[in-house]
Design a protein around this ligand. Structure first.
Ligand SMILES: Nc1ncnc2c1ncn2[C@@H]1O[C@H](COP(=O)(O)OP(=O)(O)O)[C@@H](O)[C@H]1O
Ligand SMILES: [Mg+2]
Length: 483
C-alpha cells in the first residue's frame, strides 16, 4: 500500500465515532452543530406587521421602508454598512508540533493502531474479541471490544446498546471508562481505556504474588466500585475474576456490563435468573428467584474475594445447577428454614431439595487460610438468606477494612511485572504448558517404547546369533564327520 495515502488523517475519514450521551466527543459534536441564526432586530425594537387599512387611507400613509407590499424586507441589509472595524489577526502559535508518526502508525488504516492477526487479542468472550490498540496520535493504549453483528437480524444488537447506555451513565474510578463507540468499515467497537491485567490473569501468574495489604486494597476497590453501581441503581450481574480489570499500578475497575441492568430500588420486580457465570451464582438464583437485588452481586464478590485470598475458586461446579448447589452445600452446609426464611417458597426448591442434611465445613476449610476479620466478613457475605447479606457500603465499614492490620496498600509494584496478564494470556500459557507436558509424556513413552524395542531386538539378535552359532557348529561338526 502507498504509505502516503495510508496516512491516518485521510483514512480516518472512514471512521465515524459517536457517543450517545455526556462524554467529551458528544459535547464537541454539539458545539460543532450550526447555531440557528437569531432574528435580526433594529435598535428601534421589533417592527409591527402592517395593519390592514382601507384602500383610501392606505395611499395616504407612507409605506414603511421595511416592507415591499406586505413582505418584510431585511432592514439591516439596506442600511449603509457601518465602517469596518479593523480586527487585528492574532497569530496563534501551534501549541503542539505536528506529530510524527512511526512507520507502523502511519500505515495504520485506523486511528487506533493494532498489531495484525491474533497478536493484539487480549480477550475473547461472548461478544467477540477484545483487542489492545494504540491511538496513533495520542499514543494512549485502548481496548477495542468488537461488537458481534453476525446473526443479528434486527440490526445493531440490543444487548450492546444496553451495555453502551449503561456505561455512558457511569463515571467512577473503579468502573472501566468507555471512551467512545467506533464504526469502522463493517465493524463496530466499544473503545475503552486499556488496563494491563485482569484478576484471573494476575491470580494465575506463574510467579507474581500479592501481599495481604495488596489483597485488601484490591478488595476495597472491588466494593467501592460495587457500592457506586448499587447506589446508582445498577446491578452488574456478572461479577467474576475475568471481568475485573487491574491496571499496572494496582487500580481495579469493574468491566463487562453485558448483563448489567438498572433495577428498581424500592419495588420488587421480576428479572431473569439466568445471569451470572454459574460458579459465582447465588443460591437464590440457582433455586429460581426472579425478584432479586444487589445481594446477588455481593455473593459473586464474596466468591471473588476467596479467589483473591486463596487463588482458587470456592465453588467450581461442572456447569449444571444441581451440581452447583451441591458444591455450595458441601462447603456451607444445607440451608435451614430458620437461617433462610422463605427458602421453601422458591420456584425450584422442591425440585432441587437436598437429599440429606449436610453440616457446614466452611470454617474447617477457610478459617486457617484467611485472617480472622476476613473470615468473619466472608461468613457474612455467604449467608443463604439474601436479605441478611451486608450491602457493599456495609462491607466497606467492616473491621477487615477499618481496623485489622495490615492497612490496604496499592499494588504499584505491578508496573514491574513483565507482560500483560488477562484470562486470555493465562489460558494460552496453561494450554502451552499442557501441550509441553503432553509432548514430554509422549517423548518419554516413545523413548521407553524405543528402549523396549531395542532390548527386544538385542534379545532376538542374541538368540538369532545363538542359532547361527549353533548352525555353524552343527555344520562344522557335520563337515568334520564327513571328512
Ligand atoms: N478495557 C480493557 N482493558 C484491557 N483488557 C480488557 C478490557 N476490557 C476487556 N478486557 C479483556 O477482555 C476480556 C473480555 O472482555 P469482556 O468485556 O469481559 O467481554 P465478554 O463479554 O466477551 O466477556 C476480559 O476478560 C479482559 O481480560
Ligand atoms: Mg467478560
Amino acid at each position: 500500500m502507498n504509505t502516503a495515502e495510508a496516512k491516518a488523517p485521510e483514512t480516518s475519514k472512514n471512521k465515524i465515532s459517536f457517543s450517545i450521551k455526556g462524554r467529551a466527543s458528544a459535547a464537541a459534536a454539539e458545539k460543532a452543530q450550526p447555531v440557528a441564526p437569531k432574528p435580526q432586530t433594529t435598535s428601534e425594537g421589533p417592527k409591527k406587521l402592517p395593519v390592514a387599512v382601507s384602500p383610501l387611507v392606505q395611499n395616504s400613509i407612507p409605506k414603511s421602508r421595511n416592507y415591499e407590499g406586505n413582505t418584510r424586507v431585511d432592514t439591516v441589509a439596506r442600511r449603509p454598512s457601518p465602517p469596518p472595524v479593523k480586527v487585528e489577526k492574532v497569530k496563534k502559535k501551534r501549541i503542539k508540533a505536528r506529530p510524527e508518526l512511526s512507520e507502523d502508525f502511519a500505515q495504520s488504516e485506523s486511528v487506533y493502531y493494532r498489531k495484525t492477526g491474533n497478536d493484539s487479542v487480549v480477550g475473547s468472550g461472548t461478544y467477540g474479541k477484545v483487542y489492545k490498540a494504540v491511538h496513533v496520535y495520542t499514543g494512549s493504549p485502548v481496548a477495542l471490544k468488537k461488537i458481534r453483528m453476525e446473526g443479528e437480524r434486527d440490526g445493531f444488537p440490543v444487548t450492546a446498546i444496553r451495555e453502551i447506555k449503561l456505561l455512558q451513565s457511569l463515571n467512577h474510578l473503579n468502573v472501566v471508562a468507555l471512551q467512545e463507540v467506533m464504526v469502522e468499515e463493517n465493524d463496530c467497537f466499544m473503545v475503552f481505556e486499556y488496563l494491563s491485567h485482569d484478576l484471573t490473569g494476575l491470580l494465575n501468574h506463574p510467579t507474581f504474588a500479592l501481599t495481604s495489604a495488596h489483597k485488601k486494597h484490591l478488595a476495597k476497590q472491588l466494593f467501592e466500585g460495587l457500592n457506586y453501581l448499587h447506589d446508582r441503581g445498577v446491578l452488574h450481574r456478572d461479577i467474576k475474576a475475568a471481568n475485573i480489570l487491574i491496571s499496572n499500578t494496582g487500580e481495579l475497575k469493574l468491566a463487562d456490563f453485558g448483563l448489567a441492568r438498572f433495577y428498581q430500588k424500592h419495588a420488587k420486580q421480576d428479572y431473569t435468573n439466568r445471569v451470572i457465570t454459574i460458579w459465582y451464582r447465588s443460591p437464590e438464583l440457582l433455586l429460581g428467584e426472579t425478584q432479586y437485588g444487589p445481594s446477588v452481586d455481593i455473593w459473586s464478590a464474596a466468591c471473588v474475594l476467596v479467589e483473591i485470598f486463596t487463588r482458587h475458586a470456592i465453588f467450581p461446579g461442572d456447569g449444571g445447577e444441581i451440581n452447583q448447589l451441591d458444591k455450595i452445600y458441601n462447603v456451607l452446609g444445607t440451608p435451614s428454614r430458620s437461617e433462610w426464611p422463605g427458602v421453601d417458597e422458591l420456584q425450584w426448591f422442591t425440585l432441587l431439595r437436598p437429599r440429606q442434611r449436610i453440616p457446614s465445613t466452611f470454617a474447617e476449610k477457610y478459617q486457617s487460610r484467611v485472617s480472622a476479620e476476613a473470615f468473619d466478613l466472608l461468613s457474612a457475605m455467604f449467608q443463604f438468606d439474601p436479605t441478611s447479606r451486608p450491602t457493599a457500603a456495609d462491607v466497606l465499614e467492616h473491621p477487615y477494612f477499618t481496623v485489622e492490620e495490615p492497612e490496604a496498600e496499592q499494588a504499584v509494584l505491578l508496573s514491574e511485572l513483565e507482560g500483560d496478564w488477562h484470562e486470555f494470556e493465562s489460558k494460552a500459557l496453561r494450554k502451552e504448558k499442557e501441550k509441553q507436558e503432553r509432548d514430554a509424556r509422549r517423548r518419554e513413552k516413545e523413548g521407553a517404547a524405543a528402549a523396549a524395542a531395542g532390548e527386544k531386538r538385542k534379545v532376538e539378535e542374541g538368540s538369532a546369533g545363538g542359532e547361527a552359532v549353533k548352525k555353524a557348529k552343527v555344520g562344522a561338526a557335520a563337515a568334520a564327520v564327513a571328512a
